[in-house]
Design a protein. Sequence first.
Length: 260
Amino acid sequence: MSSDLYKHYSEQIKIDWDTYEKEENRLIGSVVIEPVLLGAGGMKFIDPLWQRALMDVARAKFVPVIFDEVAAGLYRLGVSSCREIIQADPDIAAYAKLLTGGGLVPMSVTLATKDVFNTFLGDSKVEALLHGHSYTAHAVGCVSSIQALDTYAELFESEEQRSDMDPKTVHFDQKEVSELSNLPLVQESMALGTVVAITIEPDSDGSGYAAAGRSIPIVQYLLQNGVYARPLGNVVYIMVSPLTSPQECSRLCHLLRDAV
């Protein structure tokens, strides 16, 4: 964390933080982030060094950090948790989706440090956190989660034992992903772990969630070829399972190219 870029990030975050608290006359009580991949924010990849700087600033102010890893956690990005990329632990983290293998069975879990847990530990309702997930601890979800986690462990542990394989290797071929960015109307293409996303040049509707005019035909082409996808405005993305083969990922990349 000694690079000039990290120092620049930290200084700017401190300025923005202090300015907000002063102008709004409010104290920031926690920092909630989607680490590395902003799923709800439009499938945008974020510089993990910036998020690390944000976490360090928060820690210096004794403000807890919460990871929303519902979309990005559990090998979605090639690692069990984005903490391995950012190289820092959150105080609270939430997981779902791939917790049950990414299937139709809902399940969610929240993890917390002992300090956070003990804050809500007591014999009275005043001390308790009287809230929980809608889909926590039901039998079918628990069994599905155990099976999924065991499968991930077996898969990635077996790969770690092979000298020619890395469990953090991306699923999509980087050359094929780079070639997508050279297509007409494509502003950029990104891939990490099980996610590939392309940003389409916006039409007269602009960019953002409402700007799907050019994205919808691409998604319709994918659907006609058996690939279920949806646009987030002018961003089209495909998510695969951590168990998906490189060959299938290559096929999907070619389909995405043909769709564009």
